[in-house]
Design a protein around this ligand. Structure first.
Ligand code: BG6
Length: 485
């Protein structure tokens, strides 16, 4: 469905995110017929450059980051005609009058702040001062939204001085992922799961976001952040909320976000024994392995105590979840790239089968976020054959690509969907100010705790599934992590 005509101004248009995600994503939407005639994308950045030179950059970004099958020479040319550029000085007066001239009346206006958070304030101020952003304008901001509660509050206050909350779109790109939205469909459009979706029937939940990449190239940013701030406070927290929240009364931005905030507020402090932090080691060249730099080299900080891996056991203290632990883990340079949520159900209350034949491996519902998006429900059946009533666990496996054919494989990138939602004015998949603050309020004492104790992360082998201690986090509860493949 095409959206209304819009002017989208991208501040930081020559930066990495704009070139890798935002501009290629917009091209894909154009190619899919969703961008209306007359939509304008106005790049704004410090570099003095003619619009034609910027269009060349966009052409290159499309060639590099868009799948070949979607590149159509005529479409690229027509798309580039929608693109303009103005050099703008965020801290000074240069370029603002020109920008005002380019933004036309009578259409949706969105301003994407793809810049360092220190520029949010100056940009917001100038947009207002020059009368460029009207009361309907939308502001899009990226993570990191602060590095702790105090800085997040300060950012919220800066934005609130110029814009209403209904105008502010805080991006967490995990919410734009197809399967993440599917979590809500699976939970709230089926009767099957909801009656079992509580501590009485769920033994535990595992949320894994495993990556194979290291931090090379962005070590300086990452070293000040670490896995807790970079991934848990936002992406894993969002996944946890969608799994744990109560049904909202309607699929409506505030109804959904109200329920998520309640989950975050119900999160308990995490005890030091329930946290395992790791740092990937380097590899020396050998006959079987090529040399690889370790985290300390990648971060260029030989004394770094920042974690590139974290596993935590978390409790949601409310009526529904009391007693069901949520185990979260995420890390860099692990064995595989796999993001999934696994909900392990309890065993039936009484076994009618002989003990020996019924070891009751649990029912597990696995939702694969990436790659190979899909769902897998493990159920018990009788092992075929004459050998008596022997039970085996088999998967009911559904790959969205197979189930839905072409539509299932043609999944828009998270950014594409989120930008179109900004134009539509739908905030459901964006974080509200209070939500971000609640997430930091939970995260801050955990980080302060390990800093005060002077904890060092454990070293782990790149290509492994993380530090050994993380295995113990589950073993001592009589559970185990699902394998990372
Ligand atoms: C980003 C983090 O927000 O998410 C990165 O800053 C991480 O460190 C990335 O690699 C993971 O996103 P995705 O979509 O590749 O799972």
């Amino acid at each position: 469905i095409p959206v209304d005509p819009f002017d989208l101004v991208i501040f930081g248009a020559t930066g990495d995110l704009a070139q890798r995600k935002i501009l290629p994503g917009l091209y894909r939407r154009f190619h899919a017929g969703q961008m209306p005639q007359g939509a304008r994308i106005i790049g704004a950045a410090r570099s003095a450059m003619e619009p034609e030179a910027f269009r060349e950059q966009v052409r290159k970004a499309i060639a590099e980051f868009v799948d070949r099958s979607k590149i159509d020479a005529k479409d690229v040319e027509t798309f580039l005609e929608c693109i303009d550029y103005v050099p703008v000085d965020a801290m000074g007066e240069g370029g603002w009058a020109e920008l005002k001239d380019k933004v036309q009346d009578g259409r949706v206006h969105a301003f994407y702040f793809s810049v360092a958070p220190s520029l949010f304030g100056p940009l917001a101020e100038r947009l207002n001062e020059h009368g460029i952003a009207d009361s309907e304008a939308r502001i899009v901001v990226e993570k990191p939204f602060g590095r702790d509660l105090a800085s997040a509050k300060a950012l919220n206050a800066t934005l609130a001085a110029h814009f209403e909350e209904s105008q502010i779109y805080r991006i967490d790109h995990y919410l734009g992922k197809e399967t993440v939205q599917n979590l809500m469909a699976v939970r709230f459009a089926n009767i099957l799961f909801e009656p079992l979706w509580n501590a009485q029937y769920v033994d535990h939940v595992q949320i894994t976001v495993a990556e194979t990449v290291g931090v090379g190239g962005r070590g300086a940013y990452y070293d000040k952040s670490g896995a807790m701030r970079d991934m848990v406070q936002n992406h894993l927290m969002q996944l946890l909320c969608l799994i744990a929240m109560e049904p909202p009364y309607h699929f409506d931005p505030d109804a959904v976000r109200d329920e998520k905030v309640k989950v975050i507020r119900a999160l308990q402090p995490v005890s030091p024994a329930d946290i395992v932090r790791g740092q990937y080691a380097g590899v020396k060249a050998s006959e079987t392995r090529a040399a690889q730099p370790g985290y300390l080299e990648d971060s260029e900080n030989p004394d770094s105590r920042t974690e590139s891996y974290i596993a935590l056991k978390v409790h949601v203290a409310n009526w529904r979840w009391q007693g069901t632990p949520f185990y979260l883990r995420t890390g860099k340079k692990l064995r595989g790239r796999a993001s999934e949520i696994a909900i392990t159900f309890k065993a039936p209350p009484h076994s009618i089968f002989d003990e020996e034949d019924a070891s009751w491996p649990e029912n597990v519902l696995v939702i694969r976020l990436q790659p190979n998006e899909g769902m897998n429900l493990k159920v018990m059946i009788k092992e075929p054959g004459p050998g008596g009533m022997r039970l085996v666990q088999v998967p009911l496996d559904m790959s969205f690509a197979e189930a839905l054919g072409e539509e299932g494989t043609d999944i828009p990138d998270a950014y594409e969907r989120l930008i179109m939602d900004v134009i539509r004015g739908n905030q459901t998949l964006f974080m509200r100010g209070d939500e971000v603050e609640a997430a930091w309020a939970w995260t801050d004492p955990i980080i302060a705790g390990w800093e005060a104790r002077g904890d060092r992360p454990r070293s782990y082998d790149p290509g492994s599934s993380g530090p050994e201690d993380a295995l113990m986090l589950m073993h001592r509860d009589g559970r185990r992590w699902r394998e990372i493949r």
